[in-house]
Design a protein around this ligand. Structure first.
Ligand SMILES: Cc1cc2nc3c(=O)[nH]c(=O)nc-3n(C[C@H](O)[C@H](O)[C@H](O)COP(=O)(O)OP(=O)(O)OC[C@H]3O[C@@H](n4cnc5c(N)ncnc54)[C@H](O)[C@@H]3O)c2cc1C
Length: 595
């Protein structure tokens, strides 16, 4: 039944894709071809700004430099364009493990992931224009002021306080008409969340219905918001399907990046390499895994680690690749005794669902199914709870993107075989996890994946904080009673020592030991990695690499601590902040030249 359901989803997706493709005008497809591609004859040119990676950070930054700078800009991206599938919100997970996903796997985890094959987590990352912003679940988060103030307090980074960053967040946020918000009354689950908001008004909890980067039923990512409008600007060139393999440094008055070595595959799949000269700045936007990979492969990192790998050290920067952080999610399935409607075969195959999507971009195909969130920002245990309105979870589809072992998947979703099930998934996490991992190299070849160790749950406080989220008891509160919910506490063989008996699951909350065991078996990474070239330790307060100031890092790797929510818009805001400094320094230089 599971595979049958997946086929139905794929067929429905293809149908909708074809029809909406036609309806959206052939023009939207034509836009997919990339203008201003760097011609072979232009490879000898020097560029004022060379930007590596066209993801969230890279696309946002490129748009501002292409618009406002007097210099030339080259954007180098390892992938090409994303297809139409990336734009249909509900079908976005079908891109994972495809050509637009780097499809990384973590190293085997020590403290978690015991229900996953080889204890390894899937770590999807977008590849192509838009990067992970075109692979992500499109959820928007307005930012949380105290996150930025904490950077300021802990690292003395006053330029990053909320007083400075608030307006950049506002500028990075799409206009309300370019977003989609789950409306009131969308389903019985959203009704229950509204009721819970009043019932728990005395708690320091923030309730919000999901807001998405979706416009007219289609993903509206940094590509549409920022990159597309500048693609034809005369000062911009793009180099797609090109991998930056090495940064070359020169000494001179100060140590600086002078060029990058680029590799691309020719028609016969042979590697062609050439160098591109950097005149002013090299800006790394390759994301939390590949920015530290590229730096280390180039000889910029911890000197003793690099020496052990036989990589000549160009610059000792001991903390490159350290401090990697990510949220860690614990999903629990809740079946309901009433109609949601939740995401299941019946809803998806209803002619009204398809009609609504084709007519107005609304209905279940027009969002990703996450309906709302609850966040508690208490200092001790800041936790988040996400409500994903899916009743029927397709086994083959989820297993392929989660790396679950069959037994773990079936314990988590015991009704996996019922494609018409009504229900939802409650996902708890710690908003400020303290566990820290690393990005290291196996060797210096950029076409080899780096060794990524998120080191989930290595800090015990993360366990306690996540348990606080699971124990909020929202689902068992009277606000949810109308749904006739039943929490399916997973009956994992490995956790039976801690698990209560069958009756106790109904009557009591399971013990902390059981919840911890569960978490260490079935918890999944959130795909929010950050911190591997952190502000204050690898880059200075203006994101310049300490010791090599004409290299700037503008992506999630600069986040010193996790973001208390979804990070995408924050990364765009960081890119805007970086652009303001770059443009200001241009103005200053010009002023000096004129004097
Ligand atoms: C499955 C998934 C779901 C998510 N859901 C959400 C969500 O709902 N809401 C939210 O806010 N966030 C979400 N995120 C997180 C968010 O999308 C990322 O945090 C954000 O996009 C990271 O931006 P970035 O600029 O750091 O890196 P990326 O966007 O990953 O960009 C890096 C780019 O660099 C390119 N690149 C890498 N190495 C090289 C090289 N050597 N040479 C040339 N190019 C290179 C890559 O191909 C890529 O395009 C999700 C992420 C994933 C993967």
């Amino acid at each position: 039944m599971g595979q049958h359901f997946q086929k139905i989803l794929v067929v429905a997706g293809i149908l909708i894709g074809l029809l909406s493709g036609l309806a959206m005008l052939v023009g939207s497809l034509l836009k997919e071809s990339i203008p201003n591609v760097l011609a072979p004859a232009e490879r000898q040119f020097a560029f004022d700004y060379v930007i590596v990676g066209a993801g969230t950070g890279g696309s946002t930054l490129t748009s501002l430099l292409a618009k406002h700078s007097n210099g030339s800009v080259l954007l180098i991206e390892a992938g090409s364009v994303f297809g139409l599938l990336s734009r249909i919100p509900l079908l976005t997970t079908f891109q994972q493990k495809g050509i637009n996903d780097w499809s990384f796997l973590s190293v085997p985890q020590i403290h978690s992931s015991r229900g996953l094959i080889e204890q390894r987590q899937c770590l999807p990352r977008g590849k192509g224009l838009g990067g992970s912003a075109n692979l992500n679940y499109m959820l928007h988060f307005d930012g949380h002021g105290p996150d930025f103030d904490a950077w300021h307090q802990l690292h003395n980074l006053s330029e990053w306080s909320w007083a400075h960053m608030g307006r950049f967040m506002a500028a990075a946020t799409a206009k309300p008409c370019d977003m989609f918000e789950i409306p009131r009354g969308y389903s019985t689950l959203t009704d229950a969340l509204e009721d819970a908001q009043s019932q728990f008004a005395d708690k320091p909890w923030v309730f919000r219905r999901s807001r998405y980067n979706i416009k007219n039923g289609l993903r509206h990512s940094v590509v549409q918001q920022f990159l597309q409008p500048v693609l034809k600007n005369a000062n911009l060139r793009l180099l797609p399907e090109a991998l930056v393999k090495r940064i070359q440094l020169s000494s001179g008055p100060t140590l600086h990046a002078s060029s990058v070595l680029v590799g691309l595959k020719d028609g016969e799949n042979k590697e062609v390499e050439f160098s591109i000269e950097v005149r002013r700045e090299l800006i790394l936007c390759a994301g939390s895994y590949q920015t530290p990979q590229l730096l280390q492969a180039s000889g910029i990192g911890n000197s003793s680690t690099l020496a052990k790998l036989g990589i000549p050290v160009l610059h000792n920067s001991p903390l490159v690749g350290r401090n990697l952080h990510d949220h860690f999610n614990v999903p629990l399935f809740v079946s309901m005794g009433v109609a949601g409607p939740s995401l299941n075969q019946r809803t998806l195959l209803s002619p009204m669902s398809m009609l609504n999507y084709l007519r107005s971009g609304t209905g279940p195909f027009g969002n990703f199914g996450v309906l709302g969130h609850v966040a508690s920002h208490e200092e001790q245990s800041p936790f988040g709870i996400t409500f994903f309105g899916a009743g029927a979870i397709d086994e083959a589809a989820l297993m392929s993107i989660s790396n679950f072992k069959v037994a773990a998947f079936r314990a988590l979703f015991p009704r996996y075989y019922n494609a018409s099930q009504e229900g939802f998934v409650v996902i708890s996490n710690c908003l400020q996890p303290k566990s820290r991992g690393s990005v290291r190299l196996l060797n210096r070849h950029m076409r080899r994946n780096p060794l990524i160790d998120p080191n989930y749950l290595s800090h015990d406080d993360d366990v306690a904080c996540t348990i606080a989220g699971i124990r909020t008891a929202l689902v068992t509160s009277s606000s949810f009673a109308q749904l006739r919910p039943y929490i399916h506490w997973p009956k994992l063989q490995e956790c039976t020592n801690f698990g209560p008996f069958e009756r106790d699951f109904l009557e009591h909350q399971p013990s902390d030991q059981y919840l911890e065991c569960l978490m260490r078996h079935i918890g999944l990474g959130s795909h929010h990695p950050g911190g591997s070239c952190a502000l204050g330790s690898v880059v200075d307060s203006q994101l310049r690499l300490l010791g090599v100031p004409n290299i700037r890092v503008v992506d999630a790797s600069v986040l010193p601590r996790p973001i208390s929510g979804n990070p995408n818009t924050v990364i765009s805001a960081i890119a805007m902040r970086a652009a303001s400094w770059i443009l200001k320094s241009e103005l200053l230089q010009e002023g000096r030249r004129r004097q």
